[in-house]
Ligand binder design. Structure first.
Ligand code: ADP
Ligand code: ZN
Ligand code: ZN
Length: 756
């Protein structure tokens, strides 16, 4: 604890400053004002400023949450703060509230929650200053350049055109637009472009009018028009909308036109996209449409750039903010709308630290800041569909593909009834042949990278297990080795069986490498490309592969779920799903939902430009009701049935669920720790009459051993969220102070995304 030594108690009634301090404890910390600050000045300190505070032997950056006249800590034990870092609130009040709400809801230490979501440079004891921002503008000579100049230097012409349209170019836009640095330097040498280093933030305000469109909006179809009008009519207050439209139905166009209305109103738009869709193509679409400053928060930003983007958004210079999960916490001067694209995507849920769902918190933020929230997906999560059914969200359906493209037809192939070679059934092979002969592209989906998931001894049955996990090691052949996909352990491929010394070792099962080798031998004249984590590890490798696909020549594209999302493959007319079964019987209660979403997303890659698409799904369980419903009646119908099942089974989203997980190298420790937690929970629910709280476990996790740790979990569920919240809020601080809590690593996951 920090409050060990005690400065002299002040004589006038004390002013107590309450802070979020980065510490693993689930509480706020009280301090006295800095030496020499008057009580009146201290009482007027605004929440949201940062103040340096002593914490044990260290000095930490605390964020002021509130000012009080009393503390539960005796005043002689309170320490004085050191010095103010900001004079005006760094974190706007609405956002500070959101952090505290999230820390409470997800049962995470508030100081840690807040700090982990701030740009790294703001976690330090130094002012939130903008780095000078380097921009390039046309010189007088550049502005007077005639249209036909620079014909021979198209890359320079491109920059001049950009500058005459946008006024200025900064480093980020230079990278995103992929314009040439050499061409820019040539223009500077020729005196056509000049460099400015801007420190004044006002000078960085958008140059063009914020509402000016560059590329004209499309004429909306009827469904799109209804969607845009419904949301635009509700702007200015809280409202939540589920934009439910198949892939290619024009959701993005709907977002763009909503944003246009928001910008026209002088407001800002925040757009969250899954990790995988934050591509230059996505950003390009926004840039082509709008002339205003767009802040893009991606993982490649330096700390300085990230801070810059954060401040630009906070101060209203950036009118559109696009980013992944953590961008939800970007402050905005004039917030206008929150958009979450592909809202079902699991990357919106953080899996460590503050285990928040950016989608769910977007709705919380929308309610607090009176904003409209648009959640879009071709395969909405059951959570959002449930909220529609309860009347909390407005359902906006886009039923048709926009433009000319028709919906692909889905067919099941029963692999128990067909001859299967290296994973391919006869019907799939013959359709592939036909589509390739017609000059089209084929996509083959298998969610397993590597050559084969197992190496097995044909004589004694030994399999290549990971020494650290309850899992098998995957055989890789391109660079031969065995690798565990759970802990990344690697070792050389065995030459003979470690158990019986037999040399008769077999690669068992299929991975994308194996498919590629086999198909390339089958179609020696056709390009067979593979897109998975192994072929796209290095920078640009993905772009090179995608470029080749976009050239449009016939090819087979083999891929994992990397391929299932976000990309448009206009020349793909056939999609083959090799194995639909893995997720159907998963230990995870969301297995079926995720499988169906993945299948529909993969299916959505095909036939996007007027060419009819066809999807063949191979399964050993063709009679499985999930698959039948999905193929026959579509995702919407399937999701409704699944929701009914969840209702009957008492699973989310029909009940509130939390998991307490524990792991340790000692195989007994997690379960005995969780047994204690369960006892404490039982005592608490006994007192509060329980409100229907159900405890299950401790149970070993579905994969009990991973990366050398044994893992167990305790499930806590309740029919209503408040009962669960109440229990957790009492339970977690008690658990935190348990001596046994130090023998394990433990965590709470509220609304867990998976049970693994
Ligand atoms: P989604 O985001 O639902 O996948 P997009 O907005 O990307 O759909 O639209 C798919 C394709 O249809 C794009 O090429 C887009 O330009 C086109 N499109 C969208 N809306 C219209 C429209 N109203 N008229 C014509 N084409 C449209
Ligand atoms: Zn053997
Ligand atoms: Zn492993």
């Amino acid at each position: 604890m920090s409050h060990d030594s005690s400065p002299a108690a002040p004589s006038s009634p004390p002013v107590i400053l309450r802070f979020a301090v980065p510490s693993p404890l689930r509480r706020l910390f009280d301090y006295l004002p800095p030496v020499g600050m008057s009580a009146a000045a201290a009482a007027a300190l605004p929440p949201g400023i940062r103040i340096a505070v002593p914490f044990g032997p260290r000095t930490l950056v605390g964020v002021l949450v509130s000012v009080h006249a009393q503390s539960s800590v005796p005043s002689e034990k309170l320490k004085q703060t050191l010095h103010c870092i900001d004079d005006t609130p760094l974190v706007p009040p609405a956002l500070l509230d959101l952090f505290l709400w999230a820390a409470q809801y997800y049962q995470h230490p508030p100081g840690d929650a807040l700090q982990s979501m701030l740009p790294a440079l703001l976690r330090q004891d130094r002012p939130a200053a903008r780095a000078p921002r380097r921009v390039w503008r046309l010189s007088d000579a550049g502005r007077e350049l005639p249209e036909e100049a620079l014909r021979r230097a198209p890359r320079q012409r491109e920059i001049v055109d950009y500058l005459s349209e946008h006024g200025e170019l900064d480093k980020l836009s230079l990278i995103e637009t992929e314009m040439s640095v050499a061409a820019l330097n040539a223009l500077i040498s020729a005196g056509l472009v000049c460099t400015h280093d801007e420190t004044d933030t006002r000078a960085a305000a958008p140059v063009g009018g914020p509402t000016q469109s560059r590329e004209a909006p499309l004429a909306l179809n009827e469904r799109q028009r209804v969607a845009v009008h419904t949301v635009v009519a509700a702007l200015g207050g809280f409202g939540c909308f589920l934009l439910d439209g198949v892939t290619g139905s024009g959701k993005t166009e709907v977002y763009l036109q909503i944003i246009e209305a928001v910008l026209r109103d002088g407001k800002q738009a925040l757009v969250l996209v899954p990790e995988i869709s934050l591509t230059p193509q996505t950003i390009g679409r926004f840039r082509r449409r709008f002339q205003c400053r767009i802040a893009v928060l991606h993982s490649g930003l330096t700390d300085t750039e990230r801070l810059q983007a954060w401040l630009d958004a906070r101060d209203g210079h950036a009118r559109i903010i696009i980013g992944t999960r953590s961008a939800l916490f970007t402050p905005m001067a004039q917030p206008g709308v929150l958009i979450v694209d592909e809202e079902h995507d699991s990357s919106f849920k953080q899996q460590d630290g503050l285990r928040y769902s950016a989608r769910d918190l977007a709705v919380v933020r929308g309610r607090r800041e009176e904003l409209c929230v648009v959640l879009g997906s071709a395969t909405p999560s059951l959570e959002s569909l449930h909220n529609v059914a309860c009347g909390r969200y407005t359902h906006l359906l886009l039923t048709e593909r926009a433009g000319q493209a028709a919906q692909p037809a889905l067919h099941l192939v029963d692999t128990t009834q067909e001859l299967v070679q290296e994973g391919f059934s006869g019907p799939l092979l013959s359709r592939m042949q036909a589509h390739l002969q017609a000059g089209n592209q084929v996509l083959v989906f298998l969610n397993r990278r590597g050559f084969a998931p197992t190496l097995q001894c044909a004589d004694c049955g030994w399999v290549s297990e990971c020494a650290h996990c309850d899992a098998r090691m995957t055989l890789h052949r391109t660079t031969p080795h065995l690798r565990c996909h759970h802990c990344d352990a690697r070792r050389p491929v065995d030459r003979h069986c470690p158990q019986c010394k037999s040399r008769n070792l077999q690669a068992l099962g299929l991975g994308t490498e194996r498919l590629q080798a086999w198909l390339q031998a089958l179609y020696p004249q056709t390009r067979v490309l593979r897109i998975d984590r192994d072929t796209t590890r290095r920078k640009n490798e993905l772009d090179v592969l995608l470029n080749e696909v976009h050239q449009g020549g016939p090819c087979v594209l083999i891929g994992t779920q990397m391929l299932a999302k976000g990309h448009h493959f206009p020349r793909v007319t056939l999609v083959g799903v090799l194995d639909a079964d893995a997720g159907l019987f998963s230990a995870d209660f969301r297995g079926q939902e995720h499988t169906a979403q993945l299948l529909m997303q993969v299916a959505g890659r095909s036939g996007r430009e007027g060419m009819p698409g066809e999807v063949l799904i191979q399964t050993r369980h063709a009679a499985h009701p999930t698959l039948q419903t999905l193929v026959r009646d579509g995702y919407g119908h399937f999701a409704r049935l699944l929701l009914q099942e969840r209702q009957l089974a008492g699973m989310p989203p029909c009940t509130a669920l939390a998991l307490i997980r524990a792991e340790s190298e000692d195989y007994r420790a997690p379960e005995s720790f969780l047994a204690l937690v369960r006892q404490m929970a039982e005592t608490l629910t006994g007192q509060a009459s329980g409100h229907g709280v159900t405890l299950m476990g401790p149970l070993p996790s579905p994969m009990e051993k991973r990366a050398g740790k044994f893992r167990a979990q305790l499930q806590i569920s309740a029919p209503q969220r408040p009962a669960l919240q109440q229990l957790l809020t009492q339970l977690c601080p008690q658990v935190e102070s348990l001596r046994e809590a130090r023998t394990v690593r433990w965590s709470v996951d509220v609304d867990p995304q998976d049970m693994l």
